[in-house]
Design a protein. Structure first.
Length: 409
């Protein structure tokens, strides 16, 4: 066909579409050479494996579909759908993986946009139905379009592999380019699809539509139950999760293979068995307390100047409300500052000391405030600049006390 071109994986670095596929991979994607086992490797090593994870766990850059049909290579032509950027075909049975690259990656889970995720899912489901692809395929692993058999790591012998399957199942795929544009937006893909009928067909949303794939949905629901499990025994956690997982799996339109459910359970149990959540929470609380203390000290130092201003204004005779207004802080902050600086009860201390007939030295600022005050009680002292400071303060305070605390007639 004119629009199909087979390329050699050995030259993938010179092919723009395959080079883009490599650049879009996660730093440490899942990969494997045989079904039943999976590994996490660096991108440089993962690209040598027969199957590879095309997307980041939380970001979808490629929509991939598994078409189990002998003429899968020509499905997009027969159905009039957009051309995939890459097609990876199994030369033995003609089955193929279609890979469509998105112009704008879509985040899934966490703080991602729910509307964008729902739109992605609607387009993916509609395109999957239009292609006649496997609806139970999650897209977590894809036939690696850059796989070269000679570069693949030497596999370990496994007891469950037949001798006939050992070498033949690791043959190279056939990689095809269709001449499609570098990427599609979701809206461009939706133009080829009819999204509306997907929703009226069912009265309620299928249970497996809560996330991007059944594996993710089961894992997300199951792990939170495991975190609450008090025991730290691996086998005990597996026994606890197994019946729950099996019941959850039955909610899917197409339940997961029991072996997949088992691996999800064991993965969660393995993590919970070696993780002490109590110690982890304590360590996190300690870390947060340390960070808070650092922030508090830094914030406290930024108010040093205002604290000194509050003290000076208070010694000049201003009340706390006026000080708070001038410094643009709360009255409670002013009260706390004055209390920490030891001048919160200075006026009361003056009155108590005078009542006991004690001698004390007063700040010069208070003397100047009395002399310059416009209050009627300070009028007799405004011209008495020749009197000693302690006499002025003592006489003014006694007059103030008598004026305020004079017994009723």
């Amino acid at each position: 066909m004119e629009c199909l071109k087979q390329v050699s994986p050995r030259e993938w670095q010179e092919v723009p579409q395959l080079r883009q596929f490599y650049d879009d991979l996660a730093n440490k994607p899942y990969c494997t050479n045989e079904k039943g086992s999976i590994f996490v490797r660096s991108k440089k090593q993962a690209i040598k494996h027969r199957f590879i994870q095309p997307n980041h766990p939380c970001v979808i850059k490629w929509l991939v579909f598994d078409i189990d049909h002998p003429d899968a290579l020509f499905t997009f032509i027969d159905t009039g759908l957009p051309k995939p950027q890459v097609i990876i075909k199994n030369p033995k049975n003609g089955h193929a993986h279609y890979a469509f690259r998105l112009t704008t990656p879509v985040g899934i889970g966490g703080n991602s946009s729910i509307r964008a995720e729902s739109y992605l899912k609607a387009v993916r489901d509609a395109l999957c139905e239009a292609l006649g692809a496997d609806t139970s395929y999650s897209g977590n692993l894809i036939k690696n379009p850059c796989y070269i058999k000679d570069n693949a790591p030497t596999p370990k012998k496994t007891h469950w592999l037949n001798n006939n399957e050992d070498e033949g199942d690791r043959d190279e795929h056939e990689t095809y380019l269709t001449g499609a544009k570098p990427s599609y937006t979701l809206a461009e893909l939706a133009d080829y699809l009819d999204l509306e009928p997907l929703y009226p067909q069912t009265k309620q949303e299928p249970a497996n539509d809560s996330g991007y794939g059944r594996n993710c949905s089961l894992f997300e629901e199951l792990r939170h139950l495991a975190y609450q499990c008090k025991t730290k025994s691996f086998n005990a956690i597996v026994r606890y999760l197994k019946p729950i997982a099996e019941k959850m799996n039955q909610r899917f339109d197409v339940p997961l293979n029991p072996n997949e459910v088992k691996h999800i359970i064991r993965s969660i149990a393995r993590y919970c068995a070696r993780m002490d959540f109590t110690a982890s929470h304590k360590a996190f609380s300690k870390l947060q307390a340390t960070r808070g203390a650092k922030g508090g000290r830094a914030k406290g130092r930024s108010y040093d100047e205002k604290r000194q201003q509050a003290k000076e204004l208070y010694e000049q005779g201003l009340n706390k409300s006026e000080i708070a207004r001038r410094l643009d802080v709360s009255r409670r902050s002013v009260i706390n500052w004055l209390s920490n600086l030891g001048c919160e009860n200075s006026h009361n201390q003056i009155i108590a000391a005078l009542g006991a007939g004690l001698q004390f030295e007063m700040p010069r600022s208070l003397v100047r405030a009395i002399k310059s005050s416009s209050h009627p009680l300070a009028a007799p002292f405004s011209v008495a600049s020749s009197l000693p400071s302690v006499v002025i303060v003592r006489n003014f305070t006694r007059l103030a006390v008598n004026s305020v605390f004079r017994p009723p007639p």
